[in-house]
Design a binder for this molecule. Structure first.
Ligand code: ADP
Ligand code: MG
Length: 344
């Protein structure tokens, strides 16, 4: 058994600017396993398509190169299987199994942090397969350099080949994903609803899918058309999404952002161009734009009388930065959660 889910395929992976490099590398590997990019590591945050892409490689090879033995495991499965084999005194069988594979796909290797004996075992498996030109592909939730408690020799193995990242999709890609996924489900959803979801659910593909699933379920179960009002209402209580909320004040946003960056609300609203103030100010403007239902002019006036183009500029700047800066993206997501939880 390869453990592959046949639904994860290249054909239904929508590659945008955020994933084009990783997608092309995965394709190239599938067409020439063990030859071009070996090993390969794909990293990125939760719900960005790591498992989908990794299993697409497996399914492609399974179908086009059936003589190659493909094994997909999560790092957790690999670990459990290894520990079990120690308990059963069958480590030799474990070693034999993994050293006989043609293509080894290991998902979520961040799970191996601090698991020294499993790392040791994987190190030997890696060397064996690598020396005989077997393809190795891994995924991780962050760049290898940010992993802790990883032996330096295993670290150097992961870093040896091609390391590519998956980033959160931008607005256009989010639209494309929603259009494709609704078409796959034979649902026609009005463009203003798709636009609303794309603007507000900007975390990852999993959340995009979940918001679509919820709206489709609502419409099917209650036999109602999906309208913008329904989307706003239904996605409001959605845990991991960022829809605008009419009751949220810009004041709250400024307070949470100021606390987080340890600066005064007065300065965040003010005009000082100190570097340590510009970023909190722009992030607060960005959050006001996506979380509240105010116009950019209204937001500008709450920020000490700035005009709408200043707000637009801040919005676009932060929107651009969170696409390439995963740490900043995480900070913004954290702030959104804090703003949502803010009482008083
Ligand atoms: P990860 O492993 O990075 O947490 P997954 O691969 O499990 O993410 O993806 C989460 C969900 O989103 C899955 O249902 C997957 O099919 C879907 N998905 C992710 N990226 C894409 C994409 N680019 N195109 C189509 N579906 C995607
Ligand atoms: Mg995954």
């Amino acid at each position: 058994a390869s453990n592959l889910n046949p639904l994860y395929r290249f054909e239904n992976f929508i590659a945008g600017e955020n994933s084009a490099f990783a997608y092309s590398a995965a394709m190239a590997i599938s067409k020439n396993p063990g030859v071009t990019y070996n090993p390969c590591l794909v990293y990125g945050g939760v719900g960005l398509g790591k498992t989908h892409l990794l299993q697409s490689i497996g399914n492609y090879i399974l179908e086009n190169n059936p003589e190659l033995k493909v094994v997909y495991v999560t790092a957790e499965m690999f670990t459990n299987e290894f520990i079990q084999s120690i308990g059963d005194k069958k480590t030799q069988a474990f070693k034999n199994k993994y050293r006989k594979v043609g293509v080894l796909l290991i998902d979520d290797i961040h799970f191996l942090q601090g698991k020294d004996s499993t790392q040791e075992e994987l190190f030997h498996t890696f060397n064996d397969l690598y020396d005989t030109h077997k393809q190795l592909v891994f995924t991780c939730d962050r760049p290898i350099s940010e992993l802790k408690d990883l032996t330096s020799r295993l670290r150097s193995r992961f870093e040896r080949g091609l390391n590519v990242d998956l980033l959160p999709p931008n607005y256009e890609t989010r639209m494309a994903i929603l259009k494709r996924k609704s078409a796959e489900k034979n649902m026609s959803i009005p463009d203003d609803v798709l636009d609303f979801i794309s603007r507000n659910v900007n975390t990852n593909v999993r959340d995009l899918e979940a918001s679509l699933t919820k709206l489709i379920a609502y419409s099917t179960l209650l036999n109602k058309e999906i309208t913008l009002d329904i989307a706003k209402e239904q996605l409001k209580a959605f845990p991991a999404h960022n829809a605008a909320s009419p009751s949220l004040s810009i004041e709250t946003i400024i307070r949470v952002v100021s606390d987080y960056f340890n600066v005064s609300t007065y300065d965040v609203k003010g005009k000082k161009k100190t570097k340590s103030l510009i970023q909190p100010r722009q992030i607060a403007m960005y959050l006001a734009r996506i979380l509240c239902e105010y116009s950019t002019s209204e937001i500008g006036s709450e920020f000490g009388g700035k005009d709408h183009s200043t707000v637009m500029h801040a919005y676009q700047r932060v929107e651009g930065m969170i696409k390439t800066d995963e740490a900043l993206n995480q900070t913004v997501q954290k702030l959104i959660r804090e703003i949502r939880d803010y009482k008083k």
